[in-house]
Design a protein around this ligand. Sequence first.
Ligand SMILES: Cc1cc2nc3c(=O)[nH]c(=O)nc-3n(C[C@H](O)[C@H](O)[C@H](O)COP(=O)(O)OP(=O)(O)OC[C@H]3O[C@@H](n4cnc5c(N)ncnc54)[C@H](O)[C@@H]3O)c2cc1C
Length: 394
Amino acid sequence: MNLEFDETELAFRDTVRDFFASMVSPKFKTRLRAGLRLDPDEIVAWQKALAARGWGAPTWPKAYGGTGWSPTQIYIFEMEAARAEAPIQFHQGLELIGPIIFSLGTPEQKARYLPRIISGDDWWCQGYTEPGSGSDLASLQTRARRDGDDYVVNGQKMWTSYAHVATHMFCLVRTSVEPRKQAGLSMLLIDMTSPGVTVRPIETMDEKRHSNEVFLDDVRVPMANLIGEEGKGWDYGKILLDRERSFGAASALRLRQHLRGLKEAAAERFFGNAAVIDMHDFRMRLAQIEIETIAVEMMVMRLMADASAGKDSGPRASMLKLRWSELLQAITELWFETLGYDAAVFRPLEQHATGFDADTAYAIQGALNARVSTIYGGSSEIQRNIMSRRILGL
Ligand SMILES: Cc1cc2nc3c(=O)[nH]c(=O)nc-3n(C[C@H](O)[C@H](O)[C@H](O)COP(=O)(O)OP(=O)(O)OC[C@H]3O[C@@H](n4cnc5c(N)ncnc54)[C@H](O)[C@@H]3O)c2cc1C
């Protein structure tokens, strides 16, 4: 693996750096440092700005409107995004269903959906998890039966992120009952405005609206919205989950951004006469976290190098997911501790204008929000199971 960039790559880095310098608003900074997502309208506006520059889909091939960048260019783009404290793109359309549509979709599906993912006009949510079917996803019960040219879908999805703003959902459904439960699953693309789709919020402790239950009652979905072949949904679903974990690469490269926020807070706060950042115990913990962050960045580079060589990321995607999510929690927790008494303050965002330091509440919300990173996209226990099976052969 060559860790040096050549001249073309350095020129590319400068172009990307200039773009971010001119486009990134400082008003995003505190929330992003805290590991929080921006509001949906801000995420869409950022996606549109990237699309206008031709960079709406950094990881896609040119043939489908992507940049056609090499893994090294994608790495540079993400590093520069983190350096400039730019928002992270929303991944469920771009990194999850988009690649499935351009790999397996019909010409009509490609023409209809791909451009609108890049332009930010469509927002996709992921309808996999159900009550009782999270880690054991293959046990899911949402049924789709054929009726004329449609499927009729009945069931309930759980924890569906951003379903309340989504225009479409890619959904795993059971189209037949087979001895091997994975074999009866299919993947459908569902228009969220279809009659019979009901979205209800799930309250989370960070007090932000992002999670939902989605109820599907006799929802008619045209057969043209089936991805690939009926009964192959599990295979496609697994590809998506792998990609979701690999997409952790972008999240992993943001850890430095969170570290920056932590260090600034530690330099500004005092314990007696000493700045927190100068205290021995704090420095030890910070050093450990920073070393592990560098190790994770190296892991991302190895994944990118493998991708350049056309190799599968294998269980390293699980290793990466496990480590970046644990580090995100460690950084946001240390930040929380650094705030001392201020950490007791938690107020909804709309009350930020007066009183306490607005950044404080963001840091706390970030620490609460980070709890989920070791659950979604496959919990830490599930990642460890994958590693024990695939690396240790247990
Ligand atoms: C905020 C949030 C957003 C989410 N967004 C989405 C989304 O957009 N779309 C979507 O489809 N899903 C989403 N999820 C669902 C997420 O993927 C699941 O919560 C996750 O896979 C765990 O499933 P579960 O909640 O059913 O827990 P369970 O599977 O019931 O697990 C409970 C506990 O048991 C452990 N466990 C389970 N099985 C094993 C095992 N075999 N070995 C060892 N330990 C095990 C788990 O690690 C966990 O600690 C989201 C979840 C959250 C919390």
